[in-house]
Write a protein that binds this ligand. Sequence first.
Ligand code: SF4
Length: 237
Amino acid sequence: MKIRIFELFTSVEGEGILYGTKTLFVRLAGCPFTCFYCDTKESLPLDSGKEYDIQEAFQLIDSNLKKQTYKVNFTGGDPLVQHEAVAVLAKYVQSKKIPTYLESSCFDSNKFNHVLPFMDIIKIEFKTKDSKFVDSKHYEQLIENAMNCLKSSVSEKKITYIKIVVSAKTELDDFNNLVNSIFNSVSKDQIDGFVIQPTNEIAEPSLELLLNLYDIVFPYYAEVKVVPQLHKLIGAP
Ligand code: SF4
């Protein structure tokens, strides 16, 4: 079995509910999508990075894992593009008693369900229409997949939180519909966080828009938080 890894590094987690934790990031190569704010564009081609045998990838984890690492993030690109190899690598990390964490756009619920047993913490990312993630023809289908992933994650009792990246282009109506669909699928007690993440250095949303978006989530989930990408403040990758 082979796995294509774009890069692997230790840094401070700057996103989501576990910001501030020392994390080994395993950035997988490959993502078929086109979000206009993507900040890892170099890792999108499937032939980016370097290919490893799975045993070599185990050694790579061993040689890069620093003491007192809180978790190992499988990120990308999108890790689900290489779901079979990612499941094997995540299982290896779990065998070391270190929590595993999946960062994915959750575009394929079958692939998601394949990696789910080997992940402890799941970020379910929902894309807004304005993200240009996919064309409008395929948008609803992808949201349906993300919704199915969310339901699987909470039913397996994983630590599950929701993230939505928003920009100056985000429409309140679209966001409202998305949030309404999410809380028609899961209850507030089933999730561990809801993060609204503003884009950075590109189409940045105003404070007024962020507060309006916050107000949409608040009636469903009072612990909603607006969290920017904090690692960028300290120049961390
Ligand atoms: S899904 Fe993630 S990795 Fe892929 S283009 Fe969008 S932001 Fe970039």
